[in-house]
Every structure is written in C-alpha cells, then in structure tokens.
Ligand binder design. Structure first.
Ligand SMILES: C[S@@+](CC[C@H](N)C(=O)[O-])C[C@H]1O[C@@H](n2cnc3c(N)ncnc32)[C@H](O)[C@@H]1O
Length: 377
C-alpha cells in the first residue's frame, strides 16, 4: 500500500480536488476561518489609514485572494469598502474575488448582490461607485496588471501548493509525512511562496499594502487541528486507511488522497526578505509578522451544551467543508457519482462516530501566521 516516489509525476494542478464545498456550505461551516479573518481587522485598519493618504485618482483596488464562496470575508470586505468610501468619498472602488477555476464564484456573486440573504439592506455589490469582479487565475501567478492593486487580502489560502511534489506513503498530509517526503513539500512551498510574493510585488501600487493570514506551524510545533487532542489529519488518514483495509476503496485511490498543502513556519515566511533578495529588490517590505491561535468555536459550543452527538454532527462538517474534495478527487472517476458520495459519506460518518464517542479529545484550533507587507514608494 506504500506510495512510491518513482511512480509519481509532479504536475501543476488547480483541479477540483482543491475546491471547497460549494453552495455556501463552506462558509456556513467555517466559523473559525471567519473568526481569523475578523481578527485581522486592526491590521487592515492600519493599512487603510496609510492607504487613504496616498495621492491617487485611480480606482482603489481591493482583492481577496483565495476567497472561496466569499462568506467568511464578507464582513471584512464590507468594512473595508465602507472605510474607503468614508475616507475617499469620490474614489471608485474595485473589489475582486480570486480563487481557482473550480471555485463556486456563483455563490460569491449571489452573496454580494443580496440574493443569498434577503435581509441584506444594501448589498455590497450594488453600492454606488463599487465595482465587483472575480478572477479564476491561480494566486501563484500575477493576476492584476503592474501597479494596479491598492490593498490585497488573503486568509487561509496560501498553504495550497501549485502542484503535488510527491506522494505521501502512509498519510494524507505533509504534517504526517516522512522527512524525505516532507522535504519535497517544503521545497515546493518555498518556491511557491517566492512566486506569490513576486507576483504581489508587481501588482501593488507604490505604497500599496498586503494583509495575509496563513496557516502555519507555530513556535510550539502546533498547526491547524494539532494543538493537543486527536490530530485532525491523523484521524482523516486513519479512516481513509480503514476504507482501503476493508476493500471499500482501491489501492490507487488510497494513494491518490493527498492534500496539496504545506504549513510553513514563521521563519519560512520571512526567509525571502533578505538583503538584496529578489523579493526585496522587487520592492516588497515585511512590516509585521506574528502567530495567532484561534480556539475551535465548535469545541466551545460543546463545553456549553455537553451534547456529544450534536457536537460531532457540527464539528465533522467543519472539517469536511475543506477536506472532502481531496477524497472525492482521489476516487476513480469511473465510479458512479452516487457510489463516490457513499464512500466519502462513510469516511466522515466513521470520523463522526469517533468524535461522538470521545468528544473531549477532538477540537480544531486554527494556527495562523499573520503578515503585513507594503510596496516601497
Ligand atoms: C480554506 S479556503 C479559505 C477561504 C477563505 N479565504 C477563508 O479564509 O475562509 C482556501 C481557498 O483557497 C483557494 N485556493 C487554493 N489554492 C489556490 C490558488 N492557487 N489560487 C487561488 N485560490 C486558491 C481554495 O480554492 C479555497 O477556496
């Protein structure tokens, strides 16, 4: 059942195996991700104060890179637009949501035009002087023309790699890989990170700002889903292995389920900012870096309710909202859709049963590295 390095051909990929669950399911279940975004507001406000004093008549261009269905960042984007509108009443504002081609952009536009929430009195996309767009170009490439982006924002998106650099034999994620396997993922993440920074350096206007909240491994070695208790990725790997052991999935399917992700440390995030490095020479400056831990909101609800079954039934979908596509994408497309759905249901049902049996062992704190960058003037 081990995956062999020699059998593996790396390919740039932005396939459906990365997509969040659509139709609003992602944001409805990603409560912690929204809390992380909301926690960046003071840093965003600092950036907005600096940006308001830049002399420019050009549109104030905002981007949310890797926005998924736009729900988790919606409050922040509305706040940004209102703040800019107050500070610069006559400036046109553009707001672009970027993600991969398979993203559910339809939900993004339904949300910003008010058709998801009938109670939204003033849909963001219909405010006067606000122009909304979407881009399906990967954030590993330049998305906007040179010097046209005023404020870039991104949360929980840049741990995705531009390609899978290799197989992971007995796990589903780089955090559970062997040293040899993890080195390939780290090298890929290093070159992707430099490419991301160089692309943003070209896009930003002089004096422009970039605020990012990225998954990381913190100073204590903690990362999403591994802050004590049962490691989320170990649990997913165990239940996927269980399906293989029961011959419910084929060996090739077992091997194909690997998250195309790597969690960098804070020092890996700052590494490209050496004197005379390409990123520094491109004019990008690192103004702030810190790590934050966002407690699992589902675990907090469980501490109040004590209802193990209800907890498991809420917690597992919050994992499913971002992980399901990796497992669906690993199944042979020749299987009928209903069969693929049944297999993946079995995976998450097994996980839910495990959580319900020992809820106090399961929680999923978010661990992020928050950074602010500016482009030299
Ligand atoms: C976990 S979701 C985060 C969504 C939202 N930003 C948040 O914080 O809740 C990660 C998003 O990043 C997107 N993503 C992954 N790789 C990407 C890439 N190369 N370019 C653009 N978006 C990407 C995924 O499709 C997904 O929508």
């Amino acid at each position: 059942m081990r995956r062999q390095l020699k059998d593996f051909t790396p390919q740039e990929s932005s396939d459906p195996a990365i997509a969040m669950i659509g139709g609003g399911y992602y944001s409805a279940n990603a409560l912690g991700a929204k809390q992380v975004i909301d926690a960046t507001r003071p840093l965003v406000d600092d950036a907005l104060r600096a940006l308001a004093s830049l002399p420019s008549e050009k549109p104030f261009a905002i981007a949310d890179f890797g926005a998924a269905d736009g729900g988790t960042s919606f409050d922040l984007m509305r706040h940004i637009v209102r703040t800019v509108r107050t500070a610069l009443p006559s400036r046109a504002i553009t707001l672009t949501y970027t993600d991969l081609p398979f993203n559910d952009f339809s939900t993004v536009f339904r949300r910003i035009h008010g058709s998801l929430d009938a109670d939204d009195p003033q849909p963001l996309g219909q405010e006067s002087g606000v122009f909304t767009f979407a881009s399906g170009t990967t954030l590993h490439r330049q998305i906007f023309p040179d010097q046209t982006l005023t404020l870039g924002f991104s949360a929980t998106a840049m741990h995705y790699l531009s390609m899978k650099p290799g197989p992971i034999a007995d796990h589903v994620h780089a955090v559970g890989a062997t040293d040899e396997e993890r080195t390939l993922y780290r090298d890929q993440a290093t070159s992707d990170w430099t490419a991301i920074l160089l692309a943003r350096a070209r896009e930003l206007v002089p004096g422009g700002r970039l605020v990012l909240a990225n998954f990381c491994v913190d100073e204590r070695g903690h990362h999403l889903g591994s802050t004590g208790g049962v490691n989320v990725f170990d649990a997913l790997a165990k239940h996927w292995r269980g399906l293989a052991a029961a011959n419910r999935i084929w060996d090739s399917e077992y091997r194909a389920a690997t998250f195309q992700q790597y969690y960098k440390t804070a020092s890996e995030f700052v590494a490209p900012f050496g004197l005379d490095s390409p990123v520094t020479l491109a004019g990008l400056r690192l103004d702030h870096v810190s790590t934050i831990r966002t407690p699992c909101p589902f675990a907090a609800m469980f501490r109040q309710s004590g209802d193990a079954a209800a907890y498991a039934h809420a917690y597992v979908p919050s994992v499913r909202s971002w992980s399901q596509s990796t497992f669906v994408g690993a199944l042979d497309p020749a299987r009928p859709q209903g069969e693929r759905a049944a297999i993946v249901n079995q995976l998450y049902d097994a996980y839910e049963t495990e959580v319900a049996a020992a809820p106090e062992l399961h929680w999923k704190d978010y661990v992020h590295c928050v950074q602010v960058f500016s482009k030299v003037q």
